[in-house]
Every structure is written in C-alpha cells, then in structure tokens.
Design a protein around this ligand. Structure first.
Ligand code: FNR
Ligand code: 8K6
Length: 347
C-alpha cells in the first residue's frame, strides 16, 4: 500500500521518522516488582519497531506517582538499566522510542508507595477503586504546597535526563487522561487560589514549568506533550476549561516541541466546550506537529492525514493485537481484532 502513512516526516534537526504511524503509549502493568522493565518487555517493544516512533507505556517519575500495579519507573538505576535493554532492542530493530513520563496525581494510591501523601492540585478526590484491585478505594489527596510543586517539576526533569541515559530518543510528557498535569488544567480538579489556580494563565503554569524544565534538561527537539482538553477519563468537564487550553496551546506555539499529542480514546467524540472533536480543536490552536489518535483504522487514519487534520497518527489497541501492524497495513493484510483478554500477556 502506498499511502501518506508511509511517508517519512522530519520532526526537526534531530529526529526524522520513517513513517507516520506511532505506537500509542499503552500501560501493560508488566514491570517487575521493583518497577524495572523486563526482557519480555524489550522483546515486545522490539517487535513493534517498524512504527515511525514508539511511545512507551506511561512510566512513573517517582514512587508517589504510581496508581496501578507494576507500572515501570525511571527513578532508580535498576530501572534505567532495564529500559536500556528495551531501547537497545528497539534501536537494533531499526526503531525509535520515546519514554512517556507520568505522575498520576490524585489517582495514586499509597498501597504502592507506602507512607506519604497522595499529591494533587487541590484536595478533591475521585470516586472508585484502583482497577484490578477492588479493595483499594481512592483517597482524598493533599493539595501540593508550592515547595512540593517545585520538587515535582524538578523530578520530571530528572526523569527526562534518566530517559536519555537509558537510551530513549526523547520523552513525551504525559499531560493527559486525568493525571497530575491534566488535574492542574481542569477546574473540576484545580480549585487553588494561588499562582497555580483560578485563571487560565495560573492553571497552565505547572504544565509550562514542567515543559520548560524538561526542555532545559534534554532539549526541545526531544520533547513531546500529550494533552486532553476534553475531560473524559478521571475528570469532569467544565466549560471554562476551554480558556485554559486556548491559553496553554498558544503558549506552546513558541516552544517548538517535537510534537503535541491528542489524549483521547475515541476521536469521533464531540465536546460541546471545544466546539467538536478534540483533534480539530487542537489543530486550530496549536501550529506545530500534531499527533492524532483514538479509534483510527488504516483507512480513516490515511484520510485524516491526507486532509491534514493532523500530521502523525498514533495507534493503540490494534498494536496490542498486531505486533506486525505496520507490515500488515503496508501489505493490505487483515488485522487481528483487539480484545481485552489480550492484556493478560505481552505478545
Ligand atoms: C491506553 N492509553 C494510554 N494513554 C497514555 O497516554 N498512556 C498510557 O500509558 C496509556 N495506557 C493505555 C493502556 C491501554 C490498555 C489502553 C487501551 C489505552 C490510551 C492510548 O494511548 C490511546 O489513546 C487509546 O487506546 C486510543 O487509541 P486506539 O486504541 O483507539 O488506537
Ligand atoms: C491496571 C490497568 C491499568 C490501566 C492504565 C490506564 C489506561 C487505562 C485503559 C483502560 C481503558 C479505559 C477506558 C476509558 C475511556 C472512557 C471513554 C469515555
């Protein structure tokens, strides 16, 4: 199949992708009990090295960032060494890989990290229990102090440096899906009355401080950012959120990141406060390279790229079901359908 999907794309002076198909970040909960990536994970990622760029599963930047079992980390030497095996395997197979840097904020649970607070912008909890661990109810978080916020920013930057030491080609800051950075960006989770709350400029401050610190640590050409202007996961929408994202995306225009990535499960969803689909809203406000995602088939992805709705497409669930997704699409072979049972094993 000849298609815009298989055209290379130069992101910047540092990075050129072989094709426009990204492997979306996919949490698999398969790191060992020290949150170290395993050899099985290295082989799983290497099988997918035909994609233009792999974004790793979300990877926690420090112990209190954890909200799910066995999610890998990037804050101990053993974790850096474990990731080194993954990045080497991907590079040997001709691929490129970014680490997705994660702190879940109020979705964290002390069950995973022992003593210490669950930190968030405000003391507003979410309902429910940790997936797969029904006896762990979410707690009311502690509103982070400005000192704690400074430390969080520094820890994102350190994790980014650790990612480069581990051989990653760059990092994607996870600012999406209702986790810590996204919690600052939505009124439902951020009711602060200091310089991190109340106005679009203040609510964007934490996200921009993290971006600027990570850029200072590893360079703008190696940094991507994922954002969810549509609240749809661990978050309630508020019509005022639009102004926050209008402001944030305008600020990002001058940062020349490698890309900004839509955070959504289904891009056909329309959000009233955004005037339609999240990808269209982000395209309108963000002028740099945009990654679309969410329910795309090879045909719909090709059409979206041809219509310039975004520049790259990330593919999630179909990549779990088809390690050889890129080859199958190129050869117009049938794709294995995804099912949740496939999450039990790394194939
Ligand atoms: C995800 N998604 C996700 N997103 C993210 O930013 N970090 C992550 O670690 C994960 N983990 C994750 C695990 C699993 C099992 C699923 C199904 C999804 C969201 C993912 O990146 C993507 O946005 C959605 O899956 C939508 O794309 P597809 O699957 O329709 O191509
Ligand atoms: C132990 C499970 C780890 C899960 C990690 C986070 C990603 C969760 C993906 C599960 C799918 C949730 C879908 C929610 C979308 C709502 C759309 C309206």
């Amino acid at each position: 199949m000849t298609s815009i999907l298989f055209e290379p794309l130069q992101l910047n002076e540092t990075l050129t992708l072989n094709n426009r198909i990204l492997m979306a970040p996919l949490t698999r909960c398969m790191a060992d009990d020290e949150l170290v990536p395993t050899d099985t994970m290295a082989a799983y990622y290497a099988r997918r090295a035909d994609s233009g760029l792999i974004i790793s599963e979300a990877t926690i930047i420090r112990p209190d960032a954890q909200g799910y079992p066995n999610t890998p980390g990037l804050f101990t030497q053993a974790q850096i060494d474990g990731w080194k095996k993954v990045t080497t395997a991907v590079h040997n197979a001709g691929g490129k890989i970014f680490a997705q840097l994660w702190h879940v904020g109020r979705v964290a649970h002390p069950y995973f990290f022992g003593e210490g607070n669950v930190l968030a912008p405000s003391a507003i909890g979410i309902e429910g229990t940790v997936p797969r661990m029904r006896d762990l109810s979410y707690q009311t978080p502690k509103a982070a102090s400005t000192e704690e916020i400074k430390q969080l920013v520094a820890d994102y930057a350190q994790a980014a440096k650790n990612a480069i030491e581990a051989g990653f080609d760059g990092v994607e800051i996870h600012g999406a899906n209702g986790y810590l950075i996204d919690q600052f960006l939505h009124y439902a989770a951020n009711q602060r009355q200091d310089e991190y709350g109340e106005t679009p400029e203040n609510m964007s401050r934490f996200a921009l401080e993290v971006v600027d610190a990570v850029v200072a640590a590893v360079g703008n050409e190696r940094v991507g950012l994922r954002l969810s202007p549509g609240a749809y996961f661990n978050m309630e929408p508020d019509s005022r959120d639009t102004q926050v994202f209008d402001y944030l995306l305008a600020q990002l225009n001058s940062r020349t990141l490698a890309f900004v990535h839509v955070g959504i499960f289904d891009d056909s969803m329309e959000f009233e406060h955004l005037g339609g689909r999240v990808s269209d809203y982000m395209r309108k406000h963000y002028k740099g390279t945009l990654v679309g995602v969410g329910g795309f088939t090879p045909d719909t992805a090709q059409r979206a790229l041809s219509e310039e709705r975004f520049d790259l497409v990330a593919i999630g669930r179909p990549f779990i079901a088809n390690p050889d997704y890129v080859i199958r699409v190129k050869n117009q072979q049938d794709l294995e359908p995804y099912s949740e049972q496939m999450l039990a094993e790394l194939v």
